[in-house]
Design a protein around this ligand. Structure first.
Ligand code: ATP
Ligand code: MG
Length: 795
């Protein structure tokens, strides 16, 4: 009988390469080959092969040629099943016939003409990414220098080639992989001595196909079987037997610890002790219990490898399998991920050196790339939900209540219809995220689209997990990712924001770098090799970020503009619920609240007075006439629902700070006008006058006032009552009131295709003593913090 190319003989039986499973003996092999999964994958493979053989690759037609025109032309060679045109630039098409004879007939014809243009027609080839397997990058060599990398990249002839080169240079070499396997084997052998039936499983970059020379070795210690062993041993002990069925002595290390009840920290201490005392070559063993998942860190001296061991972290092993699958689905995934990872490292936005930190980790960054590939049109990758539906029964997988089902092999997934090249996709990646509203949306790889943040705002963060709730119920009722400036849901653990560690600062840097990269990719310098030997393509993109050197984006931010970012995490539950019910208009509701707070800050905390210089609109004239009424009715809440989008005459009275913004009786700004335009964005406008230098010497006065008050020490802008008293103090002690400073403030809210935020633009309208710069400089740091403090109290 002909040997089956899918079946490999291995020391413990057979391996089916198609299904990626080991089979112990011949009868099982026979059953496997007749089984549903194997048969299903064989059929799919045959179908894909036929699809490929039945298709031709066409170029040279006019950009406005429609798919039906192409179908009509190729119909002469046989029935056409489908025509896919590259949507981005209409440069190529794939024409799929119903029968392979039509492909042969098409290719046999020497010339094809459509609309007066000569078409180029070629067999459709599935572009497999070619690895330079003989590249020598062994672990002992220092990492490639940037200079050498740039040189190598410049030798190529296109960005596509450069991106492929990135994989060749950075991927794990054979030696690298062997070193990692050796450590896994060593740890397995040692740990199993103490923890019978345990298993050490690698995950993360060592095995997810995106690893690089210097990446760490992430390992899971799976103790499920050891727990079962311990149970059996205990039962037999109770029955008076001295030895377990496996012949292990009762006085093994397991007699000191109950695996069913031990905390992760206790288990890790045990593992750390085994590593320290009994594992050759392992040193620098350290437990980190404060991490989200406690880990034991270690190094291997001879193999110069750093490793992490977590316990029973089966979700991580599964999400690593998911990354492997995505990588196998399309040959463009790896070059994209490698290029983006390197870019992000150069720009200091990803790659926390010791695991924890405020930057994106590589897992989160990789998910951003995969998500972009799900959303590009036509998609390069399917959503996780679609993948689930492509899996067969045997591939169903639920871990800790989370559905982790997806096909084990790429062959189960239809190939993408997207024909964009790498250069276009990388440009597309930067474009997509440069316009992305990170704080106002949630990235969901499961759905393959963004989810509105409002879906996550009404959920109660404090609800405890109920032990008795079923897994399914738990998923539905307590899905509660920690919201932050960047929200990326784990594809499986749906209550986990994998970018929950990102700070406002990292988010700002991230956005700036996306915008800079997008701008660069639009230039010819990115797209074309320089004929004059200048750096081009990825080389310029990978220029390291130098701290302190302002980019063009920074320069733009120097105009008198202050940003109030939307931060879901700081809002009170009741305001989150209000935003949640506002659905897609949540930005306007939030903005109105910010406007109300701005009035409190300028009118009551900084004691500015509404200026007379503004031209009053019709509404405002009316409002001015209503002054007395307003003065009586000054007990107005800042609740946005009660906010009137017209001007209000104000009165001045010191803010009773204990009331906070939610119950503040502060008046509305006299000149504020919220334009209730039906269209987004909304804008607001005020004119104010400041007669005293309320920005000068605040820190010192605050310190003095804090000493005589019950308030605990608060940073600038952290407490409205203190800030109000600081201003009052300055005004009362200003023996020489200066010429007044008039300024105007225009506020608008943006979002949806950029980050949700309020943009505050300031302009001096009369500044005879030149104080505006000092005042603005003070506002630049004070205002965002003060608004945030008041928002955090606001109901
Ligand atoms: P590196 O080269 O930086 O080690 P990596 O691909 O191993 O890259 P890590 O960020 O180290 O990425 O993550 C390793 C694995 O740990 C991931 O594959 C994932 O399974 C898990 N992981 C990491 N970060 C998170 C997170 N924030 N949430 C959930 N799982 C995570
Ligand atoms: Mg890692």
């Amino acid at each position: 009988m002909e040997p089956d190319p899918d079946i490999q003989t291995v020391p413990k039986g057979f391996r089916c390469k198609l299904c990626d499973v080991n089979i112990p003996n011949e009868p099982s092999l026979e059953a496997h080959m007749k089984g549903k999964k194997h048969q299903h994958l064989c059929r799919l493979r045959a179908k894909r092969k036929a699809q490929e053989e039945n298709s031709v690759y066409v170029s040279g037609f006019k950009p406005d040629t429609s798919t039906s025109e192409l179908a009509e032309y190729f119909q002469q060679f046989g029935p056409v099943a489908e025509v896919i045109v590259d949507k981005e630039r209409s440069l190529y098409a794939i024409v799929e016939f119903a029968e392979s004879a039509s492909t042969e007939a098409t290719l046999a014809q020497l010339q094809h003409c459509l609309d007066g243009l000569k078409l180029r027609v070629k067999p459709r080839e599935r572009k497999e990414f070619k690895l330079a397997s003989k590249e020598k990058h062994d672990r002992t060599k220092p990492h490639i220098s940037l200079e050498k990398l740039n040189h190598e990249l410049c030798l190529t002839s296109s960005v596509n080639e450069q991106m492929q080169k990135m994989v060749e240079i950075f991927q794990l070499s054979e030696n690298d992989s062997k070193a990692r396997q050796l450590v896994v084997q060593l740890l397995q052998e040692v740990l199993v001595e103490f923890l019978p039936d345990c298993q050490i499983v690698p995950f993360g970059s060592s095995v997810n196909t995106f690893g690089s020379h210097s990446c760490d070795l992430d390992l899971v210690l799976d103790l499920e079987n050891t727990k079962a062993f311990q149970n059996r041993t205990r039962k037999s002990e109770q029955m008076g037997e001295n030895q377990s069925e496996d012949g292990q002595s009762e006085d093994s290390i397991l007699s000191d610890i109950d695996l069913a009840t031990a905390s992760p920290a206790e288990l890790l201490e045990l593992v750390a002790a085994i590593l320290r005392k009994c594992t050759p070559g392992v040193h620098k063993v350290q437990t980190v219990s404060s991490a989200r998942l406690p880990v034991v860190k270690f190094s291997h001296r001879q193999l110069s490898l750093q490793g992490d061991i977590t316990i029973n972290n089966r979700l991580a092993v599964r999400n690593t399998r998911f990354l492997q699958l995505c990588s196998g689905l399309d040959s463009r995934v790896r070059p994209l991920v490698y290029s983006v990872r390197f870019w992000a490292k150069q720009k200091q936005i990803a790659g926390n050196p010791s695991g924890g930190g405020p930057l994106l980790n590589n897992y989160a960054l990789t998910l951003l790339v995969l998500f972009y590939l799900q959303t590009v049109s036509p998609p390069v990758l399917p959503s996780v939900e679609q993948l689930k539906n492509m899996a067969c029964e045997e591939e169903e997988c639920v871990i800790d209540g989370w559905d982790c089902t997806f096909p084990s092999q790429p062959i189960s997934v239809p190939p993408s219809k997207n024909t964009d090249d790498l250069c276009t996709l990388l440009f597309g990646f930067f474009t997509y995220y440069s316009k992305f509203d990170f704080p106002g949306s949630v990235v969901s790889l499961r759905a393959g689209c963004t989810l509105p943040i409002t879906e996550f705002l009404s959920r109660d963060d404090e609800t405890p997990d109920t032990a008795e709730s079923s897994d399914a119920a738990r998923q539905k009722t307590t899905v509660r990712p920690k919201l932050g400036p960047v929200n990326i849901l784990d594809p499986f653990e749906l209550h986990h924001n994998v970018a929950g560690n990102i700070t406002e600062r990292t988010h700002k840097n991230l956005r700036r770098e996306f915008c800079e990269a997008e701008k660069y990719c639009r230039s010819l310098q990115y797209q074309r090799k320089s004929s004059k030997g200048k750096s081009w393509g990825l080389v310029k993109l990978f220029t390291p970020r130098v701290e302190g050197v302002s980019s063009s984006q920074d320069a733009i931010e120097k105009i008198p503009e202050i940003i109030i970012p939307f931060r879901a995490a700081i809002l009170t539950q009741s305001f989150r619920t209000e935003l949640s019910s506002a659905a897609e208009t949540f930005r306007v509701v939030w903005f109105k609240k910010v406007c109300s707070i701005l009035e409190v800050v300028f009118n009551d905390i900084l004691k500015c007075t509404p200026s007379d210089q503004v031209e009053i609109s019709q509404d405002q004239t009316k409002a001015k006439g209503d002054t007395e009424e307003e003065e009586v009715n000054n007990n107005q809440s800042l609740d946005s629902s009660s906010h009137q989008p017209t001007a209000h005459a104000g009165i001045k009275r010191p803010l009773s700070i204990e009331e906070g913004p939610s119950s503040s009786s502060s008046p509305q700004g006299k000149r504020m006008r919220l334009e209730p335009s039906a269209d987004y964005p909304e804008v607001a406008h005020w004119n104010w006058t400041q007669t005293h230098p309320v920005w000068a010497g605040r820190r010192k006065i605050r310190r003095v006032l804090l000493k005589t008050s019950d308030e605990t020490s608060k940073p600038e802008g952290g407490c409205s009552s203190i800030e109000s008293r600081v201003t009052q103090y300055i005004i009362e002690n200003d023996s020489n009131p200066k010429d007044k400073l008039d300024f105007q403030l225009d506020a608008l809210v943006v979002g949806s295709d950029e980050c949700t935020k309020a943009v505050l633009k300031f302009k001096e309208t009369s500044d005879p003593t030149g104080h505006f710069q000092d005042f603005f400089h003070f506002l630049d740091s004070f205002l965002p913090k003060m608004v945030e403090t008041l928002l955090a109290k606001s109901e």
